[in-house]
Design a protein around this ligand. Sequence first.
Ligand code: PEP
Length: 248
Amino acid sequence: MRQTLVAGNWKLNGSKESIEELLKGVLSGMSEVKSDVAVCAPYVYIPLVEELLKDTDVAFGSQDISMYESGAYTGEISGAMLTDFSCKFSIVGHSERRTLFGEKDADTAKKFAAAQKYGLTPILCVGELLEERENGTTEAVVARQLDAVINLVGVEALEKAVIAYEPVWAIGTGKTASPQQAQDVHAFIRSKIANLNKSVAEKIQILYGGSVNGGNADELFAMPDIDGGLIGGASLKADDFLAICQAG
Ligand code: PEP
């Protein structure tokens, strides 16, 4: 049995005050949560999050990571900097990085490797655009995104990683993939990995992301290959996030 993981992605949201209130709210409901829980904060708030989550069961991470280690890369944040603040996770290849900031599959793969080099667990996001779903290329797109990583780091590296399947058309739109639609892609991902290494495929947590909320999380997390969620909008309010954390 794989442990369920619910990870919040706060994106470009929050202030010192709102983050303190949000995390206090989340921590107050953690006694009823069986899933592992993490929050991925904007970089500048990571020291505050580290302080607020010290000695708690909630882990934290970043929403991105530099593919570079150090040097003349203005604006970048490295794996070493993140582990200086006890980060556990780094999201890599989020669709907003891919579509709005031009991140290529090869860049995501380098970021995945950079995270692991510093002991961070990458949360590798994959998923198709609406037009790709409509023209029947969902599996080809997801396979291409996965292959970029596997070809760089090897399938064994997935043992210390999490995958998030996030259909781009479901992110922040209020349109959720049906549990069966999501399950089909999760099963495809797991079988693709199993073709290379059965044990890694059995162990890896594959999260679903895309308009998950307290009302649909139970059904989604009940699917055999869905091991939790990556949560955007609903991770910004303690009650909404806790309702998802308590599901599954
Ligand atoms: C996300 O951005 O990773 C996400 C799943 O967002 P939302 O839950 O708001 O759709």
